[in-house]
Ligand binder design. Structure first.
Ligand code: B12
Length: 213
């Protein structure tokens, strides 16, 4: 039997070698890769965040845990990605300016791709103007903003304002997510079209925004 609690603990402890071996073992035993993400890997990163907040660990430990998480994600990625024959639309995604967190964004990208969207990933620390340029260049239907820092709120707001004030206004919808933002802030204050709490909700909301049911 795959030891999934041990997998969670290995990520929390930043024990990359064990985490990767446990993921490999779980996959061989037939555990659903999406279940591994949602029930073990993401809760592990949340536990890491809680420990950081309680000052039980500091940035280096958080970084080591994140690398273990990333290694597990790299392993699971090819198993989750189902090649779509027809694209449902193009999504340009990135983490807002000043913010270097990318694990959540990468997960959202992965799920969107496996749900049939073409995704252009701009990486982290993305200036507002870059979102506009790339969305134009790729004729995107959706722009996805990720923000993990509460200090990123002005950047989220500025990015939404820049997009809505550009020639993309009315042509592209904006969806935001990440631990730094709330539904209330996104939908009521900063004027984006949707907020999603997680990757799965993000895909659902994008489908809705594009009228795909
Ligand atoms: C890993 C991590 C890091 C890693 C990042 C590595 C990487 N490559 O991403 C490192 C160590 C580098 C790091 C650095 C810092 N971090 Co940090 N970090 C975290 C941690 C522990 C986990 C984040 C994570 O990956 N979660 C797992 C993913 C899967 O979840 P997620 O990102 O939330 O994404 C999901 C949803 O939010 C949503 N989503 C996310 N984006 C989007 C986008 C769209 C379009 C959609 C639809 C959905 C969506 O879907 C995702 C999947 O379901 C969090 C704590 C936490 N619980 O969030 C702190 C946290 C975000 N960090 C924090 C801080 C303070 C920092 C630093 C400032 C620390 C420092 N003093 O230097 C720096 C910031 C550097 C910078 N300029 O960005 C704070 C932020 C506090 C705040 N109120 O702003 C947190 C909350 C920790 C804490 N509890 O205090 N960090």
């Amino acid at each position: 039997m795959a030891n999934l609690e041990a997998l969670k603990q290995a990520v929390i402890d930043g024990n990359k070698k064990d985490a990767v071996a446990l993921v490999q073992h779980a996959v061989q035993e037939g555990v659903d890769p999406e279940r591994l993400f949602n029930q073990y890997l993401i809760p592990a990163m949340n536990a890491v965040g809680d420990k950081f907040q309680r000052k039980e660990i500091f940035v280096p430990e958080m970084m080591i845990a994140a690398r273990s998480m990333q290694a597990c994600m790299d392993l699971l990625k090819p198993l989750i990605r189902k090649e779509a024959t027809v694209s449902l639309g193009t999504v340009v995604i990135g983490t807002v300016f000043g913010d270097l967190h990318d694990i959540g964004k990468n997960l959202v990208k992965l799920l969107m791709e496996s749900s049939g969207f073409t995704v252009v990933d701009l990486g982290e620390n993305v200036p507002a103007s870059k979102f506009v340029e790339e969305a134009k260049a790729h004729n995107a239907a959706i722009i996805g903003l990720s923000s993990l820092l509460t200090t990123g709120d002005p950047h989220v707001e500025q990015t939404v304002k820049t997009i809505k004030g550009s020639e993309l206004a009315g042509k592209v919808k904006i969806i935001c997510g990440g631990a730094g933002v709330t539904k209330k802030f996104i939908e009521e204050k900063c004027g984006a079209d949707a907020y999603a709490e997680n990757a799965a909700e993000g895909v659902k909301k994008i489908r809705k925004l594009l009228g795909l049911g």
